[in-house]
Design a binder for this molecule. Structure first.
Ligand code: AMP
Ligand code: FE
Ligand code: FE
Ligand code: ZN
Length: 290
């Protein structure tokens, strides 16, 4: 079977995506992917159903997570890829992060109410369920109740810094995030560098702290950005990753399979992942197609 690409960034209903892990896997099959990662925000409890859904598809499932961490005063998104999702340290720490996200969700709703925009917290929480409560959950409710015409408008009017519903998140340091990913036997990859104020310095800092790779291919990167960040990764000795950051149609990110890693880059990433896992004391990494 020739290699048909790897999409290593996606979100399910276990964080702020609209589709279940099984639906995402169906999309990955339709897109003809060879490898596919689930990388929910601050959550790994989608990984068991994700891996189960990959069974019989011929896809190589990559267990992942996307951590919101801080470096300086900037929020950085750190992907953990090829993780052992059952590693107890990571799972326990993420449960605490999700509790903090729930308290922040409550604070967002309170702040909006003080501003005259009244939403039903219980109703939002019911939709969040066991997922990680994020701004998209509030944004959807703002759209559903007619306070905004689109998700983008909901963010811009209510949910970004300086707007009435804005509440910052409690975040780990970048160093702590990288350490947690490594302890779970995974590779730490800096996501969508175009988002950061000074990506060159930030990525160099990440490398110093032990990051393994850089997501050079992402829907927010045009051709120039792709080249810029592939070259940056090359200069710093970082691996290259690629992902659609799919959240569902009409949401942030793009369709599953729209951003793909080629075979050569995948082979390098996979080899590094096998080596990392072998040195981590966690069970060996299985990269066979399921
Ligand atoms: P949070 O982690 O709760 O601060 O929410 C951040 C998430 O909101 C991102 O990962 C995206 O999924 C989503 N997001 C951010 N900006 C927008 C936007 N303008 N429109 C739609 N979704 C957005
Ligand atoms: Fe998201
Ligand atoms: Fe992100
Ligand atoms: Zn993402």
């Amino acid at each position: 079977m020739p290699f048909r690409g790897a999409d290593l960034h996606s979100h399910s209903t276990c964080s702020d995506g609209r589709e279940t892990p099984a639906t995402l896997v169906r999309r990955a099959v339709e897109a003809g992917l060879s490898a596919f990662a689930l990388t929910d925000h601050d959550a790994v409890h989608g990984i068991p159903p994700f891996e189960e859904a990959c069974s019989g598809t011929g896809i190589v499932p990559v267990a992942g997570v996307e951590l919101s961490v801080v470096e300086g005063d900037e929020e950085i998104h750190l992907l953990g890829l090829f993780l052992d999702a059952g590693e107890p340290g990571l799972a326990g720490a993420l449960a605490e992060v999700r509790e903090a996200r729930d308290r922040r969700g409550e604070a967002m709703v309170e702040r909006l109410a003080a501003h005259g925009v009244v939403l039903d917290l219980a109703q939002i929480r019911a939709k969040v369920g066991a997922a990680s409560f994020g701004r998209p959950h509030v944004a959807r409710e703002l759209v559903a109740k007619g306070h905004a015409g689109s998700m983008d408008e909901a963010f811009e009017r209510f949910l970004v810094k300086g707007r009435p519903g804005w509440v910052p998140k409690a975040r780990w340091s970048l160093a702590k995030g990288i350490g947690a990913v490594h302890a779970a036997g995974g590779l730490a990859v800096l996501a969508h560098p175009v988002w950061y104020g000074d990506p060159e310095s930030l990525v160099a800092r990440g490398k110093e702290l032990g990051a393994d790779g850089l997501e050079a291919v992402h829907p927010d990167h045009d051709d120039r950005a792709r080249l810029r960040f592939s070259a940056l990764a090359g200069r710093l000795g970082l691996l290259v990753s690629a992902g659609s950051d799919h959240h569902g149609s009409g949401e942030a990110g793009a369709e599953v399979g729209s951003c793909r890693l080629d075979e050569a880059a995948w082979e390098k990433l996979a080899a590094a992942a096998v080596e990392r896992r072998a040195g981590s004391g966690r069970p060996p990494l299985d990269l066979s197609p399921r």
